[in-house]
Design a protein around this ligand. Structure first.
Ligand SMILES: NC(=O)c1ccc[n+]([C@@H]2O[C@H](COP(=O)([O-])OP(=O)(O)OC[C@H]3O[C@@H](n4cnc5c(N)ncnc54)[C@H](OP(=O)(O)O)[C@@H]3O)[C@@H](O)[C@H]2O)c1
Length: 231
């Protein structure tokens, strides 16, 4: 049984991960901005006998991440895993010059993960162990038009985690970057924008569960999980 805090838990991959982990006995601490959705999810988990609490979290605010981590420690005594999953995709050609969208993606996808690291790392170090999981993307592995800035934020996070890994060879911290391909979620805000072959968010949840289930001396550093039909 692990204590797992998840950002972006109000929908998609974060929600599916929370449900899967809670169903098998982990305690989940749910963070996102849409509090009502988190409360509904937590109530649903508890009605199935699981353990879930919520904490309204905007990952662009360092204090919110501090509160999320503190909630886990206060309620359950420790934090084993932070799944820094919150993310947004403002896709479009760079020639659109959507500077607001670029900034928003940097704030949520990159600064949001840094804020999570800043909040969780001292707790992990104090405990002598911890696991940081992030949701990056295949968009950073195969660069395609309209996804340049989004992919840039995801690859920045990939780089962060590798750097953090290199600095953490004392065995305290595990890091995992999960790179999903197309997943059926609300990410693009337009279900029609998602190809028909997109996979279910539960598939990514299973990959995250696999990584956190390993013994602590085994680190699953990177997982790529995409539709079989994705190019
Ligand atoms: N779907 C895909 O094809 C795909 C592929 C590769 C990677 N990913 C990545 O997977 C992660 C999850 O996305 P998803 O596909 O599950 O999409 P989603 O259904 O739109 O979920 C995104 C989650 O992020 C949260 N979020 C957004 N801005 C936030 C903020 N400022 N503070 C806190 N939470 C915030 C949203 O909650 P609130 O709005 O309630 O805050 C929501 O729970 C993202 O990092 C995304 O980039 C997705």
């Amino acid at each position: 049984m692990q204590i797992v805090a998840i950002t972006g838990a109000s929908s998609g991959i974060g929600e599916a991960t929370a449900r899967l982990l809670a169903d098998r006995g982990d305690a989940v601490v749910l963070g996102a901005r849409r509090t009502e959705r988190l409360d509904e999810l937590a109530a649903d988990v508890r009605s199935r006998g699981g353990r879930a609490i919520t904490c309204t979290t905007d990952v662009t605010r360092p204090d919110d991440l501090e509160r999320l981590v503190a909630r886990a420690v206060h309620e359950f005594g420790r934090l084993d895993v932070l799944v820094a999953n919150a993310g947004i995709a403002r896709l479009g050609p760079m020639s659109d010059l959507d500077a607001d969208g670029w900034s928003a993606m940097i704030d949520v996808n990159l600064r949001g993960v840094l804020n999570g690291i800043a909040a969780a790392l001292p707790v992990f170090r104090h405990q002598g162990r911890g696991h940081l999981v992030t949701t990056v993307s295949t968009s950073g592995l195969k660069i395609v038009p309209t996804q340049a800035v989004y992919a840039g934020t995801k690859n920045a996070v990939r780089t962060l985690l590798e750097g953090l890994r290199q600095e953490s060879t004392d065995g305290v911290l595990r890091t995992t970057s999960v790179s999903p391909g197309y997943v059926r979620t609300e990410l693009t805000g337009d279900p029609a924008g998602m190809p028909g072959f997109a996979i279910a968010p539960e598939a990514v949840a299973r990959a995250i569960a696999f990584a956190i289930d390993q013994p602590h001396d085994v680190e699953i550093g990177e997982i790529t999980i995409r539709p079989t039909a994705q190019g």
